[in-house]
Design a binder for this molecule. Structure first.
Ligand SMILES: Cc1cc2nc3c(=O)[nH]c(=O)nc-3n(C[C@H](O)[C@H](O)[C@H](O)COP(=O)(O)OP(=O)(O)OC[C@H]3O[C@@H](n4cnc5c(N)ncnc54)[C@H](O)[C@@H]3O)c2cc1C
Length: 589
């Protein structure tokens, strides 16, 4: 039977020991975040995830959602669990207290989302999308829109959904066709069909608030002519009461590889009433508030599944008896030793562990910058943190979801043939996590965003490179840290060189950045995780008389010696350039 136990000890290490959360809570608005409160929040969210959501994880996968003439029924137990989620105030953790929220740090919410999605990814998508809709509305909605929707979205009483994709328009949103015609009363009639809409229709909430991208009739072609609209499933009266059903309906749900408990819907807008959010033709800018929130959230989904898969792989490896340890039998009373004795199984478990802990540090470091960008009283500090968040958002999305998939596949491998069998749970992790590399912009597109936009165009590289370079310089010559600092310095040099090389070539060679992007993303992310493991080692060395810190040091060593060296081959691939990628004539494929 699959297991799930939120890794609270590592959460507390990452928050308090690595990232000095005590100091972080001195930011304005965090006075209520004493250590007692935060530990209680994490313990309760661990209990809710493990006891309420995890038991529904496999049954929801088996049962899926039911579609019947426009209505969608979620798997058994989801409605009751969702009611408990709202009752517990969980969706409102980071929401503005003015909208009934708790104003908690993003760092805490990231850990909550890791637990929630590790326990049940399909379920986690509902509050995740709602939070994204709330964030966009809070940033770009009019006062009237906020008055109608913000508190209901913040609490999760109503759900949110994001409607971008159309059949002919996925990555290239400039192609979208959904039309918005003014009705003369300040509202618009939206007409068009959106596909692949997560949680577009369901029975968890009495209303769903869609954020829809559409075109005004006189809009310029391409992405400069896209506007954002807020469209309720059920009309909302001025006093907040629910009125008639709006002209939006679900035409079908997709049958898909994973996340069976979350409906992926075809949504038809047949003259549905909608209201403009943000400026006309500036819809993508407003939508990015939701998309950036979702991108980081999807990265957390990768981390969440990695953790879940790792835990199950360890439990199996301790239990399964096959062969004898190369160094001699471990337990002669038994017919064989547990497979955890075998170096190759250890290699897989250590890779899972190091990537998972590394992803957690990367996510929380980014969350810390997000809190600082929103709350630091010094504008220069806040702007610097904002640059860092912009740079790291595609890294968190792409690297964490790539690792989620890699770790879950290793999870199957550790179990051997039993990993391929449904009842053992690992194959569901592989199926569920696979979508995270695709939606919210494929990881190829995220890599282009990192390299093409954030590094080459916006010149944000230094907001990451400087703290790393400073750390390397400060600890140069520190013998105790040398085993961590030397590999970090080497990969940082490779990253700097790759960045310089692409910068020099990109102007004259238009295919260069695209050909390098995915390898650059991984080189960047591994260097970032190397930096964080070096910091984790620095914190852990003086405490290495306890098991937790000894294990952290061993994991950091494994990362430095067995994963970080991949940066050399990534660098070699990047500097090889676009030539070998583009040489073959299209007709020869
Ligand atoms: C289960 C599921 C849930 C979803 N939920 C939602 C949702 O809630 N709301 C919503 O609006 N959408 C949703 N989507 C849509 C999702 O975001 C898109 O599928 C995704 O953005 C990719 O678009 P596409 O599938 O059309 O692929 P395409 O855009 O056709 O891309 C195909 C391939 O070409 C590559 N490619 C495309 N353009 C470029 C380029 N310029 N440069 C380099 N490579 C390129 C891509 O990386 C990819 O490998 C969902 C999809 C699924 C499957």
């Amino acid at each position: 039977m699959p297991i799930f136990a939120p890794p609270l000890r590592d959460h507390l290490f990452t928050l308090y020991e690595l990232l000095d959360f005590e100091t972080h809570t001195r930011l304005p608005g965090f006075d209520h975040c004493s250590r007692d409160v935060i530990e209680a929040v994490l313990e309760q969210s661990a209990r809710f995830s493990a006891e309420v959501l995890f038991p529904l994880h496999r049954s929801a996968d088996e049962e899926g959602v039911q579609f019947d003439n426009g209505t969608v029924t979620t798997p058994k137990g989801f409605k009751e669990a969702y009611a408990q989620l709202v009752e517990g105030g969980w969706p409102a953790l980071t929401a503005d207290p003015g909208h009934g929220g708790q104003g908690m740090p993003h760092m805490v919410n990231f850990l909550f989302e890791e637990m929630l999605n590790g326990a049940n990814l399909s379920f986690g998508l509902f509050p995740g999308l709602t939070r994204g809709a709330y964030v966009a509305l809070a940033q770009h909605g009019t006062e009237d829109q906020k008055a109608l929707y913000a508190a209901k979205l913040a609490s999760g009483e109503w759900a949110g959904s994001m409607c971008l994709t159309e059949a002919h328009c996925g990555t290239d949103l400039g192609l979208l066709k959904t039309q918005a015609a003014p009705k003369g009363d300040g509202s618009y009639a939206l007409t068009g069909t959106k596909i692949f809409i997560s949680a577009g229709e369901h029975d968890l909430t009495p209303n769903i608030i869609y954020l829809v991208l559409a075109r005004l009739s006189n809009a310029p072609k391409g992405s400069k002519g896209i506007s954002l609209f807020v469209v309720p499933k059920v009309m909302v009266k001025a006093d907040g009461a629910l009125g008639e059903r709006n002209a939006v309906s679900c035409g079908a749900v997709e049958h898909k590889m994973g996340i069976h408990g979350c409906p992926t819907c075809v949504m038809n807008f047949d003259g549905a009433a909608g209201w403009l959010m943000g400026e006309p033709n500036q819809g993508l800018k407003a939508m990015f508030a939701m998309m950036n929130t979702e991108r980081i959230a999807v990265g957390i989904h990768g981390l969440a599944i990695a953790e879940a898969s790792y835990q199950n792989a360890v439990a199996y490896a301790r239990d399964r008896l096959q062969g004898r340890a190369p160094s001699g039998p471990r337990d002669t009373a038994k017919p064989a030793d547990p497979i955890i004795v075998h170096p190759d199984v250890r290699r897989m478990l250590m890779t899972q562990r190091a990537l998972t802990e590394g992803c957690r540090m990367l996510a929380l470091w980014t969350a810390q910058a997000l809190d600082v960008s929103e709350r630091h009283p010094d504008a220069a500090f806040a702007r610097q943190a904002d640059d860092m968040v912009a740079l790291m958002t595609p890294v968190v999305k792409a690297f964490l979801t790539d690792c989620g998939s890699e770790v879950a596949n290793l999870g199957i491998q550790v179990l051997g043939g039993h990993g391929f069998i449904r009842a053992n749970g690992q194959e569901q992790y592989v199926r569920d996590v696979r979508i995270t590399q695709l939606y919210e912009g494929t990881n190829g597109i995220q890599s282009m965003d990192l390299l093409g936009r954030k590094v080459l165009h916006l010149h944000l590289f230094d907001s990451f490179a400087k703290p790393v370079a400073d750390f390397v310089t400060t600890h140069e010559g520190d013998e105790r840290l040398a085993e961590f600092m030397e590999p970090l310095a080497a990969s940082h040099d490779l990253l700097e060189d790759a960045t310089r090389t692409i910068r020099e070539r990109a102007g004259a060679q238009p295919n260069e950045a695209g050909a390098a992007a995915v390898d650059y993303m991984r080189l960047f992310a591994l260097t970032a995780v190397g930096y964080l493991f070096a910091r984790a080692a620095q914190v852990s060395l003086p405490k290495s008389n306890d098991d937790f810190h000894r294990a952290k040091l061993a994991t950091a060593r494994f990362f430095m010696q067995r994963i970080l060296p991949d940066t050399a081959s990534l660098h070699a691939k990047i500097v090889a350039g676009a030539g070998p990628v583009m040489e073959l004539d299209e007709a020869m494929f």
